[in-house]
Write a protein that binds this ligand. Structure first.
Ligand code: NFS
Ligand code: SF4
Length: 627
């Protein structure tokens, strides 16, 4: 396969990305960029959201130029079709986060029942906090019994019998009233997703406005429901993240150690692997095999979970997952679910790497399936680490390329609790810094990579601009990994910030870009925003805040963006969503929502221009607050 130097340059800004894109090509591998190119030109109807295959009278498409058909066989017009498609994207994203949350609730229950050996309650404090929030009485309950009771109360959140999710109580009063008025208060997590699938069936909700409003409710059931549960229960089971130093990029893979890479989203499996990798017997076995130790590294959000709580280094983000394999250094890659390209199993066959899938609901071509359940997780983790160690000797020297140089240093672990404690125990100093203008505002830069956008370019360009202008950046997911690779997540990166933010960072010893976790952990950002709004006696939409997803690709990102806007945060998308086939919907989402929710979307592929939009927004919000 021939790969031109300028192609490689155009595809990524990262050095390890370039080196291993060339290595992959030499090894004859096909990557996500090659497949993207092979798909050109992509379907214009689908790009605009104008195609529908919701029933078998179709598939149908609407001609955007007004010459061909303007209605599907059932009579649906462009507005209805675009709204239905967007609704189903939200449903899929919300379902993904929420099902991940449900899996954690299952483990919590099993821990309480004594059926999950190896797992435990790491944060009793958070368990008790959740109990009181959910109205679960603690009287005379053992921790185990409390875990079961909290798990039961959380299971109820998924159902259909409530008027509002329990965690809506965290939302500022003004915002709750807006949701009530619009009829978008989320009721049950599964209910909203299920209702979205119902509404978008042929012949149900054919009012594009009411479809989109339900889309917001569905997204809110993710943000203030499924994702929030995933984050809170992960904290209970695995601990509340605290600031931790680590490293990032492909150089975290070590030639002289057994490399086990953990990829996916749910920390249930990876935490057990983490424990097993510390087992003296298995470490001894590694030495016997000639390795200097067992090295764990993360990819995507499973990686972020381990990084946040255990300081495990990150090999890379979404678009680096295939390239990580091309090092020839990975002895085993364990995957759980979400964002795991189905191409990975076949890619790994070029090397000695063992590919193992672990979730009953996520199987992949050319991977061995070894199913984890709370009951067997501890034992299975030990077996797998042993097998990874045994695989170390099977590396194929001719195919190994050790990444040159050293990894980039980074800091992670900024849960809301950690941020508050870095501030000296309350959000007060942050509010003061915002009031004084030392910090102009705060922006969540989040989301994925997408081969449509130069890898990491969107994230790094936008974030650099923001911090230069004294805007504090908080991040999650693959965006956070991009920023880390660019060196923005060490306290010394304060030098790159404007004078006000620089001073605050120096005083607190923190980076100007704070890692708040995986994508479900976006709820941490909203928790913080809600706390700031409470402290100022105002609504989230009045604060100088914004969100951006410069390189998003996933349906989960659509759900996140929608709950961000519905929660009152202006959100700029880099990749255009499939809505441009309906001028009505574009206008609603980018203009009219402002009047309804105090926040709206913008679409801006150029990250420098996105930064300008956000800075303008922050200035306007500050002026309205009289700052
Ligand atoms: Ni978020 Fe995490 Fe990355 Fe995107 Fe995928 S790993 S959950 S969806 S690609 S940021
Ligand atoms: Fe066509 Fe309507 Fe069926 Fe969609 S739901 S495929 S627009 S007939």
């Amino acid at each position: 396969m021939l790969l031109k130097r300028e192609d490689v340059q155009a595809r990524t800004i990262t050095e390890d990305g370039r080196i291993f894109m060339e290595k992959a090509a030499r090894d004859g591998l096909e990557t996500v960029w090659d497949r993207y190119r092979a798909q050109q030109p992509q379907c214009g109807f689908c790009e605009l959201g104008l195609s529908c295959r919701n029933c078998s009278m179709g598939p149908c498409r609407i001609d955007p130029f007004g010459e061909g058909p303007q209605r599907g066989v059932c009579g649906a017009d462009a507005d209805i079709i675009v709204a239905r498609n967007l609704g189903r994207m939200i449903a899929a994203g919300s379902a993904s986060h929420s099902d991940h949350g449900r899996d954690l609730v299952e483990v919590l229950r099993k821990v309480g029942e004594g059926k999950a050996p190896g797992y435990g309650i790491r944060s009793e404090e958070k368990l008790r906090k959740l109990a009181s929030e959910l109205g679960v009485s603690e009287d005379g309950q053992s921790v185990e019994a409390l875990a079961v009771a909290v798990a039961e109360a959380l299971e109820e959140e998924f159902g259909t019998r409530k008027k509002a999710l329990a965690f809506v109580g965290r939302v500022p009063e003004k915002r709750r009233r807006i949701w009530e008025k619009l009829g978008i208060t989320p009721r049950g997590i599964d209910r909203e997703t299920s209702e979205m699938m119902h509404r978008t069936h042929m012949g149900v909700d054919n009012d594009w406005k009411s479809l989109l409003l339900h889309g917001l409710r569905n997204a809110l059931s993710d943000g203030w429901g499924g994702s929030l549960i995933a984050t809170e229960v992960s904290d209970i089971l695995f601990g509340i993240p605290q600031p931790v130093a680590s490293e990032v990029n492909l150089r975290v893979l070590k030639e002289d150690q057994v490399n086990i890479v953990l990829h996916g989203h749910n920390p249930i499996v990876s935490e057990m692997i983490f424990q097993a990798a510390q087992d003296p017997e298995l470490m001894g076995l590694a030495e016997e095999k000639g390795a200097r130790g067992i090295n764990l590294a993360g990819l995507c959000c499973t990686g972020n979970e381990l990084l946040m709580r255990r300081g495990i280094p990150m090999a890379g983000n979404h678009l680096m997952t295939e390239l990580a394999l091309s090092t020839g250094l990975i002895d085993m890659m364990l995957v759980d679910y979400q964002c795991i390209m189905p191409a990975l199993g076949e890619t790994a066959r070029c090397y000695h790497t063992r590919m193992v899938s672990t979730s009953d609901k996520a199987k992949y071509p050319f991977m061995e399936h070894r199913e984890f359940h709370p009951e067997n997780a501890r034992d299975l983790a030990r077996d797998l680490v042993r097998e990874a160690v045994e695989n170390f000797v099977r590396r194929i020297p001719a195919k190994v390329l050790s990444p040159p140089g050293a990894p980039v240093k980074m800091m992670a672990g900024f849960s809301v609790e950690a941020i508050v404690s870095a501030l000296g125990g309350s959000a007060g100093p942050l509010i003061d810094a915002i009031k004084s203008g030392a910090i102009q505002g705060a922006v969540g830069v989040v989301g994925c990579n997408n081969p449509k956008i130069r890898h990491d370019y969107g994230h790094v360009t936008l974030t650099t601009r923001l911090i230069e202008n004294d805007v504090l950046v908080v991040d999650t997911g693959c965006a956070a990994v991009a920023h880390a690779k660019a060196g923005l997540k060490v306290p010394e990166a304060a030098e790159k910030a404007g004078p006000g933010l620089r001073q605050v960072c120096r005083a607190l010893g923190i980076p100007p870009v704070l890692h708040m976790g995986s994508c479900v952990d976006n709820v941490r950002i909203f928790d913080l925003a809600a706390a700031l709004a409470h402290a100022l006696g105002t609504d989230i939409s009045d604060l100088p805040l914004a969100a951006a997803a410069p390189e998003w690709y996933s349906e989960k990102a659509v759900s996140i963006a929608c709950y961000a806007v519905a929660s009152g945060v202006y959100t700029v998308l880099g990749t255009p969503p499939p809505i441009f086939g309906s001028q009505n919907i574009v206008k609603l989402l980018t203009e009219d929502l402002e009047g309804l929710l105090g926040a709206s979307f913008a679409v801006e592929p150029d990250p420098a221009r996105a930064a300008d939009l956000i800075l303008e927004r922050i200035r306007a919000k500050r002026a309205a607050l009289g700052l």
